[in-house]
Every structure is written in structure tokens, then in C-alpha cells.
Design a protein around this ligand. Structure first.
Ligand code: PNS
Length: 164
């Protein structure tokens, strides 16, 4: 059985992430979405539990997609799935340099691990979780940016943030 791991911080999951996950779910028999820590993103808007819950709701319609979380290294996490391929989205050339470096580090830790990149759909090349967080903080419309199922939760969290 072919397995893809889609890792990310998903703070929160966007339609760009979901597009990559959906496409991976057509290529692989099984997709594991893993909510992880990104040490460069130190003040997340949502807890890991909240992020996992939002991703679960967003992927519920895809029968071969499951959701997990890990606070460890991606290259170590991948060892538990024999032959699994890490799948990541590439939005622009600017993503490539970072992803290339990550890939080299991951290969050093786990030489068996392979990473595949799917280019982002054109309509999502501008989209990122940080854009969504920024928009939410100004109470801007999130329709078309994140899955409908999680819009209310993001708006509520942003409201709490505004109230301090
Ligand atoms: O959505 P992001 O923030 O771009 O995802 C990045 C993520 C979480 C996949 C990356 O930071 C990661 O792999 N974190 C786990 C720790 C790890 O393995 N770091 C790289 C080697 S030091």
C-alpha cells in the first residue's frame, strides 16, 4: 500500500493545504496528515489539539486520509510507515530554497525517506496560514481561503485575540 505523509504546522489549515492533501489522496492509497511543530513559528494562534481537530473536520470527506500529530522530527516520524513518501506543496520559487534545505536535513537523518513536491494550484499561490491569521485578526472575510467548516472557529479565536 502506498502511503503519503503530508506534514505541516496547519495554523490553521488553508484551502491551499487541502488542495495538496486532496491531490495526494488521489495518487496514494493512504494519506496521513501530520500536525507538527515548526520551530521558526513560535507563537501559534491555535493549540495542536485545535489544529488537529480543524484538519480532521476539513478532510472528513476523504476516506483514505487520516490525521495525526507529532512533536518530533519528521524524518523520525516517517520511519513508522514503511516506504512512505512525504508530500509537500510548493507555491513559488521562494518556497523551494527552504524546502530543499529541509529535504537535505531530513535525508541526513533518515536516508530512506523520500519527499515529493506538488506545485500549488495557481489560485492558491498567494495563500498561507499567516495571511489567514492576519485577515482573521482584522475580521476580514475568510471564505475561499480556508475550509468552510472552520471559518467560525477562526473568527472566534481572532475575536478573543482582539479582546486581549
Ligand atoms: O507548514 P509548515 O510550518 O511549513 O511545516 C513545516 C514542518 C512542520 C513540516 C517542519 O517545520 C517540520 O518538519 N517540523 C518537524 C521538525 C523537523 O523535522 N524539522 C526539520 C529538521 S531539523
Amino acid at each position: 500500500m502506498s502511503i503519503a505523509i503530508c506534514p505541516g504546522s496547519f495554523d490553521p489549515i488553508t484551502l491551499g493545504h487541502l488542495n495538496i492533501i486532496r491531490r495526494a489522496s488521489r495518487i496514494f492509497d493512504r494519506v496521513v496528515v501530520c500536525v507538527m511543530f515548526n520551530s521558526t513559528k513560535t507563537s501559534p494562534m491555535f493549540s495542536v489539539e485545535e489544529r488537529v481537530d480543524m484538519v480532521r473536520r476539513a478532510v472528513a470527506k476523504y476516506p483514505n486520509v487520516t490525521v495525526d500529530c507529532s512533536d518530533g522530527l519528521l524524518a523520525e516520524y516517517a520511519r513508522q510507515f514503511d516506504g512512505a513518501v512525504v508530500v509537500k506543496g510548493l507555491r513559488a520559487a521562494s518556497d523551494f530554497e527552504y524546502e530543499f534545505q529541509m529535504n537535505l536535513i531530513n535525508k541526513k537523518i533518515n536516508p530512506e525517506m523520500e519527499t515529493m513536491f506538488l506545485t500549488s494550484s495557481e489560485k492558491y499561490t498567494f495563500l498561507s496560514s499567516s495571511i489567514v491569521r492576519e485577515m482573521a485578526r482584522y475580521d476580514a472575510d475568510l471564505k475561499g481561503l480556508v475550509p468552510d467548516e472552520i471559518i467560525d472557529e477562526i473568527r472566534e479565536k481572532a475575536k478573543q485575540w482582539r479582546l486581549g
